[in-house]
Write a protein that binds this ligand. Structure first.
Ligand code: ATP
Ligand code: MG
Length: 562
């Protein structure tokens, strides 16, 4: 068990303390503030579970607020997908849906107030010049030559900017703080920029837009957020947010920073995920290889598994990287309980059972989930010719291989014992293309009357009854644990795994053609699968959600031993 499962995390600890001291009169209002410039990923799920989870536990509320201050990167498609994903995860913001763009008027007034108080000025430096003047950690910055403009001139210029009279890049509004501050965020940050672009909600009403830093803290304040929980990179921005709130004399939320989620074998950054989508490395935001919520959903993840994962990793103050194997372990744990077992053969080899009557078929009864008998049983047709997995046969079995080989008897799961009596090979390639076998009619159900044991059991599908299906087998999106490890001059995309998707033509149990998109199964011995939205009864498509092999629990055990 991780620490998070046994103790309360530090964020909840702070909130409990605040409730005890009456700091916010016992109110708890959190928010999840995505910028609608991409689809949500599993890192966001961590933040969603934390913010909505806290609101529920403390009998408070969690706002969904779109931080939509940059019209050039934001789209309605993202606003919609984000809402769908938060709901899918199982959270509800009720009436509390907000947009930073709703506060553009108020933010403009705040900016004017700062100008009037001599705390902000209009600057004519270009973006490059501003960067140059900012200095760096070793050197103090240089003051802008426009820093000492009069309040009147600043007000007039800011109004000109607002009226659309100034061109993009000619002016910015900057806070007048301290160009020598050791915190670069306090070196006269830009508050407003001119951007003549249409905003997804405010249209062409504004030719100027507030910077994220100028909008974020004030939006929290306007919404009366008590605890503004964010990732560690905003720790250095907190003094700036405090400066704004103090100078404006408005309500303060308490900002609390926690470590963002990093996962092995993937990237969690919208900027990078956008590249993968736009440059065609994946088939869209919901490609099942993507770490996006929509990708996980299409891959067959359950919201419960994602939430359990977020509980399990907990919330800490120091950055770390979580092993993808832990996510997959948590997923298997959940799928194991809920998935009916079915048989499918991914790489088929035909077996003709020569003493089984031609034309006959019979029903084999199989339990749907040995972990949950309430899921009942089903019957599967058996006949003279069946497919087994190519891998379940070896002409020359190595040691410890207990499945079929010439002369050996094995069990066909829930059906009969069969013995391999012959091998048919392709004359030119010499490859095994078919097996001959006999069965023992006294072993119906997969147990022998005389108590004779076999060591191997194979899953199978009757050739006459099998359904053809496309099966998409997914692997890690990146071949390296840390996709950022690249040779000089390389790029994270160089580490994409060329085998992250393998498509196979499989033979699946009859009835699976009627399964609906989103339905989940365990294909015996192959893993957990979900019906893809592309699937139709005529052409079923399954995605492999995760293999059965459980590296995490093995690692966990060896850790315990060691
Ligand atoms: P990205 O780096 O993927 O672009 P972002 O931080 O720019 O993410 P936002 O839309 O601003 O994306 O994020 C909304 C919220 O989700 C923020 O409060 C942010 O701190 C949180 N968040 C983003 N990424 C992670 C992560 N990997 N782990 C935990 N929380 C995250
Ligand atoms: Mg952000």
């Amino acid at each position: 068990m991780t620490q998070a499962e046994t103790s309360v995390d530090f964020v909840r600890g702070i909130i409990a303390d605040d409730n005890r001291s009456g700091k916010f009169d016992g109110r708890v209002i959190t928010r999840f503030p995505p910028e609608p410039n991409g689809y949500l990923h599993i890192g966001h799920a961590k933040s969603i579970c934390l913010n909505f989870g806290i609101a529920a536990e403390f009998d408070g509320a969690c706002n969904l607020r779109f931080d939509d201050t940059n019209p050039s990167k934001e789209e309605v498609e993202y606003v919609e997908s984000i809402q769908e994903d938060v709901r899918w995860l199982g959270f509800d913001w009720g009436q509390n849906l907000f947009y930073a763009s709703d506060y553009f008027g108020q933010l403009y007034e705040y900016a004017t107030q700062l100008i009037e108080n001599g705390k902000a000025y209009v600057c004519d430096l270009t973006g490059d010049e501003i960067r140059e003047y900012r200095g760096n950690l070793a050197e103090p910055g240089k003051e802008s030559p426009y820093r000492d403009r009069s309040v009147e001139e600043n007000l007039w210029l800011f109004q000109q900017m607002r009226a659309g009279e100034s061109d993009e890049g000619t002016h910015t509004l900057r806070a007048k703080i301290d160009m020598a501050s050791p915190n670069l965020n306090l070196r006269d940050p830009v508050l407003y920029r001119i951007q003549k672009e249409t905003h997804h909600r405010t249209g062409d009403e504004w030719p100027i837009y507030p910077m994220y830093d100028f909008a974020h803290g004030q939006s929290d304040s306007i919404e009366n957020i008590t605890h503004s929980v964010c990732t560690l990179e905003f720790e250095d921005h907190r003094p700036l947010y405090d400066w704004f709130l103090d100078e404006l004399g408005i309500y303060h939320s308490q900002q609390i920073e926690f470590a963002r989620l990093n996962l092995t074998y993937t990237v969690l950054s919208k900027r990078r995920l956008i590249q993968l989508v736009e440059e065609g490395y994946v088939n869209g935001w919901d490609d099942p290889r993507m770490p996006t919520i929509s990708g996980l959903r299409r891959r067959g993840y359950t919201p419960e598994a994602v939430r359990n994962f977020c509980d399990r990793i907990g919330v800490a103050k120091r950055d770390n990287t979580v092993d993808m194997a832990l996510l997959e372990y948590t997923l298997r744990e959940d799928l194991n309980k809920r998935s009916p077992r079915v048989m499918s053969v991914l790489d088929p080899l035909k077996v003709v059972i020569e003493n089984y009557p031609e034309g006959k078929s019979e029903k084999i009864v199989s339990v749907n989930n040995p972990e949950d008998m309430s899921m009942g049983e089903r019957s599967i047709p058996f006949s003279r010719t069946v497919y087994i997995e190519k891998d379940d046969f070896r002409e020359e079995p190595p040691p410890k291989f207990y499945r079929l080989s010439p002369g050996r008897e094995v069990r066909l799961k829930d059906a009969y014992y069969i013995t391999c009596t012959g091998v048919v090979k392709d004359e030119t390639t010499g490859k095994v293309i078919e097996l001959r076998a006999t069965y023992d009619p006294e072993t119906y159900g997969g147990t022998s009357v005389d108590g004779r044991k076999v060591r191997g059991t194979s899953h199978w599908v009757s050739v006459d009854h099998a359904v053809d299906a496309e099966v998409r087998i997914y692997d890690h999106l990146f071949a390296k644990e840390d996709p950022d490890v690249v040779p000089e001059g390389g790029d994270f995309k160089d580490n994409l795994n060329s085998e992250s998707l393998v498509v196979v033509s499989a033979k699946v149990e009859p009835g699976l053609d009627k399964a609906k998109p989103g339905e989940r199964f365990q294909f015996l011995r192959q893993g957990y699968f979900v019906v893809d939205p592309d699937s139709t009864p005529e052409a079923p498509v399954f995605n492999r959600t995760v293999a059965l092999r459980d590296t995490w629990s093995r690692m966990d055990q060896s850790r315990k031993k060691g």
